[in-house]
Design a protein around this ligand. Structure first.
Ligand code: MSP
Length: 508
């Protein structure tokens, strides 16, 4: 039986349309999901939308729209965006769906009954944009004495309301033990250190209901309370697997192999969520990975600055795969990155138009010219340079890519493909000068060079397919190969079908 692999993205708030930051996590998850499927895993890839809470309620009010209609409309925007970006999720969960609501209510009820949830009063500060509670010591103060959210820097609100609390404090020691015993649980290591430090300062019980607005999942038997949006949303990772119902998916896929997210919400996933699961007696996810944040032309992305990058506009201008490639290649997953049009175009022209596009084009041109479009047979003997390239194309490169993919080092995996296959193959063309071989009628050598290049291109298409599915498909087609992309496919004797250049150079 195939090994299972369950991965998730955060559920995105629907107060806004998807931007490049949301696309980043979702594309990364998609690349990993596609890679794992290719490696034979039984993959379950979950994404979706977070539709409750004060922020969304306000957004709908501002638009004078019925809240449910508003979230319905906005959720469609996310679904459409992911379709355009080629996202291959297996499920899309919305927190306003019944299947989710029922589980949240049951979880709440269970924890209340077993004494892990109790009623009290919350007095403190709240950041609406982050939907986070803060204590006074954590806040920043500006020159006018306003108390600001330490995360996003916006002004907080004072809250004093009746609330149910979750006994986070009770699980502090067990959580620390778990983190120590499982070094891979929180990654990268910098995030893990921040979290450990945070827990060691002492965990306070968490307020998990609100009464100031009506938009959320109702607390069973206490309808003036709605469940706090984070407590509600985190449960999606198991409600989508039908936890507490018939649970077949839950039995098969839980625990999650990895929860992917941006670094600003690791705390919710590496502290709140595991404590909730411990209270429920459910296994913890294997890994929580917090990637870095993108700035745009050096600045924080924000609506007020007007610098929000729309992944759909970018894709319609330069192609979906160019956007996917750039996001995965430009920065190491885990580090912060900067998006600029200049760096986008530079990568596009250098890596995609020059290195990859030209390699395919030149090779196919020569196969047409010298062999009437038919890839020659495999040579009996391979010499030094060929040997190396063939070695890379027959396991050397894919071995390195596999290591890096398993560490979520997407940029390094792409670098492996370029450094072991694409660039050496271009160099191989220069050093072997097939046009000279043709002129000198060295038929055997010419055959061998073209065979090796075809082999490299086939392997490149396969390894690139999780990152650039459309491009890989086009390469496959142009190489004349049939059937699903696979390393086992034979290239010898195949009739190529040269098409349009993959990445026409951007003249800017
Ligand atoms: N609704 C919560 C998550 C609940 S999960 C149970 C939430 N939503 S969000 O819409 O604000 O999405 C946050 C996520 O979007 C980040 O964790 C990250 O995955 C992505 N990004 C948003 N802006 C980003 C950047 N500027 N750069 C990189 N990723 C960022 O938080």
């Amino acid at each position: 039986m195939a090994e299972k692999f369950y991965l998730t993205t955060p559920l995105y708030y629907v107060n806004d349309v998807p931007h490049i930051g949301h696309a980043y996590t979702t594309v990364a998850a998609d690349v990993l999901a596609r890679y794992k499927r290719m490696m034979g895993f039984d993959v379950h890839f979950l994404t979706g939308t977070d539709e409750h809470g004060q922020k969304i309620w306000h957004a709908a009010q501002e638009k004078k729209e019925d809240t449910q209609k508003f979230v319905d409309r906005m959720a469609e925007g996310f679904k459409a965006a992911w379709k355009t970006l080629g996202i291959s999720h297996d499920d899309f969960i919305r927190t306003s769906e019944k299947r989710h609501e029922t589980v949240v209510q049951k979880v709440f009820h269970k924890l209340l009954q077993q004494g892990d949830v109790y009623k009290g009063e919350y007095e403190g500060w709240y950041c609406v944009p982050c939907e986070s509670f803060w204590s006074e010591g954590e806040l920043k103060e500006d020159v006018d004495g306003r108390l600001l959210c330490p995360d996003c820097g916006r002004e907080t609100e004072v809250l004093k309301e009746e609330s149910y609390f979750f006994k986070l404090s009770k699980y502090e020691k067990d959580l620390l033990k778990h983190i120590e015993a499982n070094p891979d649980f929180i990654q990268p290591i910098s995030r893990k250190n921040e979290i450990v430090q945070f827990i060691k300062q002492g965990l306070k019980d968490l307020s998990i209901t609100r009464t100031a607005f009506p938009w959320g999942i109702g607390v069973p038997d206490d309808p003036k309370h709605v469940v706090y949006v984070w407590f509600d949303a985190l449960i999606n990772y198991i409600s989508a697997l039908d936890y507490l119902n018939d649970g077949k998916l839950f039995k098969k896929f839980w625990p999650a192999d990895v929860h992917l997210m941006g670094k600003e919400i690791v705390r919710f996933h590496a502290v709140t969520w595991p404590c909730m699961l411990m209270a429920l007696g459910v296994k913890l996810p294997k890994k929580v990975f917090g990637h870095g944040w993108w700035t745009v032309e050096g600045k924080k992305m924000s609506k007020s600055k007007g610098n929000v990058v729309d992944p759909l506009a970018l894709s319609s201008e330069f192609g979906v795969d160019a956007v996917r490639y750039f996001l995965m290649r430009e920065v190491a997953f885990g580090d912060d990155g900067n998006f600029s049009m200049q760096s986008f175009i530079k990568r596009y022209n250098a890596d995609l138009a020059n290195d990859l596009g030209n390699l395919l084009n030149r090779t196919l041109n020569m196969i047409e010219k010298y062999f009437k479009g038919q890839i020659p047979e495999r040579p009996d003997k391979l010499d030094g340079a060929k040997d190396q390239l063939v070695g890379a194309a027959e396991g050397g490169a894919s071995g390195l890519v596999d290591q890096n993919m398993n560490n979520l080092a997407f940029s390094k995996a792409l670098d492996n493909i370029w450094e072991k296959l694409v660039k050496p193959a271009n160099k191989y063309i220069e050093t072997n000068a097939p046009w000279k071989l043709a002129k000198e009628s060295k038929a055997k050598e010419l055959e061998s060079v073209m065979y090796v290049l075809s082999l490299v291109l086939k392997e490149t298409a396969v390894l690139l397919s999780p990152f650039m599915p459309e491009t890989a498909g086009k390469m496959w087609q142009q190489l004349g190969l049939q059937g699903p992309l696979s390393q086992k496919t034979e290239v010898a004797g195949v009739k190529v079908a040269k098409g349009e250049p993959l990445f026409p150079r951007i003249q800017k």
